[in-house]
Design a protein around this ligand. Structure first.
Ligand code: ISE
Length: 333
């Protein structure tokens, strides 16, 4: 089996998680290099995993000992690093969002199309979650009839300080935009956003309630609340003509202890989507080795950015904002 030597740019929460998954349970890959602007953080991960420490993202991408790259640096650097990977002709798994603006996503799409090779996979991990996959299969089986509503809830225990109300849309709600497109195989055509008052425990950003319409006429509502305190809670229910299908949020075991009866809510997404993160990395490596790629493409990253920008405009205007539909380029079919 060929071995792909992977380099990771950004060794914070997600970079370290990917590194540990790669080092422990992905076949056909090895973690070969890491870079972080905080060198001490990169060194500590390198000591744990045996990877080499690089002193710059450019050096890591160009190095002959690195075959493929995972980009986990701050969101604002994603598109620039994706462009550098394309220029070097190396596959990259780029954490979501693909870019911080639609223009940035367009640049990546143009470069990839011009290069003539699909090199970028966007880290929309939920596409690898068994729950969402089962929802998609239930809809496709036609037992339920056509979809009418998709209800989504996205709650984090405590969001990081840098997450503003606006960044929450790209960073958190972006997952919901992508999973809507994945589940319904439909495009989002409009967005409206309303916000309640801020929680007194997180006065610097507001929760969001996003209402989307799809081209075929499905209504999608999304609650995004990144400061719910009690844990990581992601839910989805698809309401169709003859029934519904929803994510089962309870884990395999229930706990009864000291007056408590129920299941524990995971602290964050790494635990909740543990299986999906592994499948995503294995799928990415398998695709590099020639298997079909089931991950989100640059086109998917671009369409999510279009919805993000429409939501930002809707926040400012208080109006429903259109997301013009475009035909998917043949290159991405
Ligand atoms: C984070 O980047 C994620 O990917 C999580 O899934 C999401 O819940 C969180 O809000 C984001 O900041």
């Amino acid at each position: 089996m060929p071995i792909t030597r992977v380099g990771i740019i950004g060794t914070g929460v997600m970079g370290s998680d990917h590194a540990r998954i790669l080092a422990s349970c992905v076949a056909g890959a090895e973690l070969a290099g890491v870079f972080d602007v905080d060198q001490a953080r990169a060194v500590s991960l390198a000591e744990e995993t045996g990877a080499r420490v690089f002193d710059g993202a450019t050096a890591l991408i160009a190095d002959q000992g690195i075959d493929a790259i995972i980009v986990c640096s701050p969101d604002a650097t994603h598109s620039e690093l994706a462009l550098a990977c394309i220029a070097a002709g190396k596959p990259a798994l780029v954490e979501k969002p693909l870019a911080s603006t639609v223009a940035g996503a367009v640049d990546v799409m143009k470069a990839e199309t011009t290069g003539g090779r699909r090199l970028i996979q966007v880290g929309f991990t939920r596409r690898f979650d068994p729950g969402y996959i089962a929802m998609k299969e239930a809809l496709a089986s036609d037992r339920l009839g056509q979809a009418l509503f998709l209800h989504c809830i996205h709650r984090n225990a405590v969001g990081p300080d840098y997450l503003t109300s606006e960044l929450v849309i790209a960073s958190s709600a972006g997952h919901e935009f992508d999973i809507t497109r994945f589940l319904l195989e439909d495009e989002i055509v409009s967005a409206t956003v309303a916000s309640p008052r801020a929680s007194r425990l997180a006065p610097n950003r507001q929760p969001q309630f996003i209402l989307l319409e799809t081209a075929s006429g499905v209504i999608v509502d999304i609650e995004v609340f990144v400061d719910c305190i009690y844990g990581y809670d992601v839910r989805a229910e698809l309401v169709c003509e003859k029934g519904t299908v929803s994510l089962n949020t309870s884990p395999a075991t229930m706990l009864r202890h000291a007056g408590y009866d129920g299941f524990e809510t995971p602290p964050d997404w790494r635990d909740r989507f543990k299986h999906a993160y592994r499948q995503q990395l294995q799928g990415w490596i398998d695709a590099i080795h020639g298997m079909p790629n089931h991950g989100a493409s640059t086109w998917d990253g671009y369409r999510s950015m279009k919805v993000t920008e429409a939501c930002l405009a809707a926040c400012r205007s208080g109006q429903k904002t259109a997301v013009p539909v475009e035909e998917m380029p043949t290159f991405y079919r």
